[in-house]
Design a protein around this ligand. Sequence first.
Ligand SMILES: C[S@@+](CC[C@H](N)C(=O)[O-])C[C@H]1O[C@@H](n2cnc3c(N)ncnc32)[C@H](O)[C@@H]1O
Length: 222
Amino acid sequence: MFTAISKRYDLLNRLLSLNRDKYWRKVAVSELHVKNGSLILDLCSGTGDVGIEIAMQDDFDGSIIAGDLSLEMLKIGAMKCQRRGIEKIEFVCADAEDLPFRENLFDGVVIAFGIRNVQDKRRALTEVSRTLHKGGRVVILEFGIPRNKLFKRIYHLYFRKILPAIGRIISGSSTAYSYLPDSVKTFPKREEFAALMKDSGIRDVRYFDLSFGIVTIYVGIK
Ligand SMILES: C[S@@+](CC[C@H](N)C(=O)[O-])C[C@H]1O[C@@H](n2cnc3c(N)ncnc32)[C@H](O)[C@@H]1O
């Protein structure tokens, strides 16, 4: 599915989020507390926007691995980096449920809008914990369901009717942007997902909402 929409993925992100997606990723990255020389995994990286956000920070002198299942998404990410002269990101085909990296490797792992799409979330979180070194941070940015009743109604109208229609016209995929609200609906509740992170070997888990709860950021430490 992501391969099918890869060419229009970035455009639709900007359009459908009214450009808020950049701000959401920025806040998620700030929670990573990236230090000098850090090795960061941007997992379910798609076209690499999180990795690029980290690499563009003035004082960043570490390295980033952007890992995703879809080669097409990775290719677009690599091309974007080439165009912008970014050399700190390596794009790697990687399954979140079976990461091709050794134990205790990363200083930080960030997953933006990715974990929702992974079949076995517990397994992926256990893999994240395995590949993080002790004290390393994990930051997960994911869509949520707004808590305010009135806002929730307006949001549902947009998310269920308007967004899938725009997504269908621009991406050419009849399913990808109807899948989005469905996958958000079936995603675990905030406290359930935080509990899953704890069960997977991640401690000090906390979470907070942005933009009235349209998205939630989960933070933990190995
Ligand atoms: C909604 S996109 C998010 C991309 C990017 N992180 C962003 O912020 O825009 C979800 C990505 O997760 C990837 N994905 C889904 N399941 C995966 C898995 N098991 N392992 C790795 N990547 C996966 C998809 O290929 C897709 O590129």
